[in-house]
Design a protein around this ligand. Structure first.
Ligand code: PLP
Length: 393
């Protein structure tokens, strides 16, 4: 009998991948499935980015790169952050990693251990809680509420800090709710953190380019007083439709850069060299394709919210960002997981139960609108017909 390390039994998962596998298995049996489960843009990576990777391979970029990323990529990130957030970033504080998730795992590994507490959003990206538990630290949920547009309350967050708190994780715009925290609340948080100088913050800003209705993103990098303890996570996956390239980055405080680089050396050595050149082309090149993608997402957002609100027993608030909606399904008399299974097996629509994002997700479903408006319309029609049959029975 193999004896695994105890952390393995505490490691969770991301059910979006399980739902995807189940949906594919049903499709293989000939069933028509509409996938509103997966969290990735249904667009191709813009051509000039693909070309930059091909060119890098032709030019001989085949070897290891520095563990923290090639200097040109780190400089491109710093310039991009200056353009988007108006902040000065030292390229030597940037660490390029294979996807945003790696920054998350590194930050949690750095601060998590038995006895430590880490505050994380719930419902939130499932890997936060999973990785916290893996390290043996205590996960402390920060509830996100529909009544608050799924934005976090700075006051509530600050009230959860104890002498054991090592790290706070925030995510805006958020997965799975699409909620975005208003600027005033971020300012309140930054002010309150002055009273907790030993607490680090992982600010997951991977959806920062995906805000609607003229909203502006407020990066935690904008607070000079927090720069010695903010880890700002961002990347290419969502903005440039590059989920499969595995390209992410973080800006680390000066005192943590070496630790992050050392974790990279122990873990993956460096990111794929050609992908890094593609990442430079993405940041420095034309932005019209990501803008087109956002226009399409915005249109679908309005459509899916309107359609969901027409369904009996379902209500849905307008999401501020990302490409998810988080409808309230508590009046349907089914748990979120049971509804997810029925919608996939009986209706042919893949969605994700709110509980896959933490206990505070009960009563909700995550729907990704990274699918064509025609497919979204058809899925809403199928769900509506199924609800009518169910109500009539
Ligand atoms: N952070 C959040 C909130 C996400 O939703 C995701 C991906 O779904 C990530 C980070 C990770 O992104 P990547 O694919 O770059 O690892």
């Amino acid at each position: 009998m193999l004896k695994l390390a105890s952390g393995m039994s505490r490691l969770g998962t991301e059910s979006a991948f399980e739902v995807l596998a189940r949906a594919k298995a049903l499709e293989a049996k000939g069933k028509h499935i509409i996938n509103l489960g997966i969290g990735q843009p249904d667009f191709q990576t813009p051509g000039h980015i693909v070309e930059a990777a091909c060119k890098a391979l032709r030019d001989g970029h085949h070897g290891y790169t520095p563990a923290n990323g090639i200097p040109q990529a780190r400089e491109a990130v710093a310039a991009n952050l200056h353009k988007r957030h108006g902040v000065e970033v030292d390229p030597s504080h940037v660490v390029i990693v294979p996807g945003g998730k790696v920054t998350m795992f590194f930050a949690i590994l750095m601060f998590g251990e038995p006895g430590a507490e880490i505050i994380y959003p719930n419902p939130g990206f499932p890997i936060y809680e999973s990785a916290i538990k893996f390290t043996g630290a205590t996960p402390v949920p920060l509830p996100l509420r529909e009544a608050n547009g799924f934005a976090f309350s700075a006051e509530e967050l600050l009230s959860l800090i104890t002498p054991r708190t090592r790290l706070i994780i925030i995510n805006s715009p958020a997965n799975p709710t699409g909620g975005a925290t208003p600027e005033a609340e971020v300012v309140k948080l930054a002010k309150g953190l002055a009273n907790h100088p030993d607490v680090a913050v992982l600010s997951d800003e991977i959806y920062s380019e995906m805000l609607y209705g003229g909203r502006k993103h407020m990066s935690l990098l904008r607070f000079p007083e927090l720069r010695d303890r903010v880890i700002m996570l961002d990347g290419w996956s969502k903005t440039y439709a590059m989920t499969g390239w595995r390209m992410g980055y973080a800006v680390w405080p000066a005192s943590l850069v070496e630790h992050a680089t050392r974790l990279a050396i122990n873990c993956h050595s460096c990111v794929n060299a050609a992908a890094q050149w593609a990442g430079i082309a993405a940041l420095n090149g034309p932005q019209d394709e990501p803008q087109k993608m956002m226009k399409a997402f915005d249109e679908r957002r309005g459509f899916v919210v309107a359609e969901l609100n027409k369904l009996p027993g379902v209500s849905c608030v307008d999401p501020a960002g990302a490409f998810y909606v988080f409808p309230n399904i508590s009046k349907l008399g089914l748990g979120a997981k049971a509804l997810e299974l029925k919608l996939l097996d009986e209706v042919g629509v893949a969605t994700i139960a709110g509980t896959s994002f933490g206990s505070y997700g009960e009563g909700y479903l995550r729907i990704s609108y990274a699918n064509s408006i025609e497919n979204i319309g058809l899925a809403m029609q199928w769900i509506g017909e199924w609800l009518q049959r169910r109500n009539a029975a």
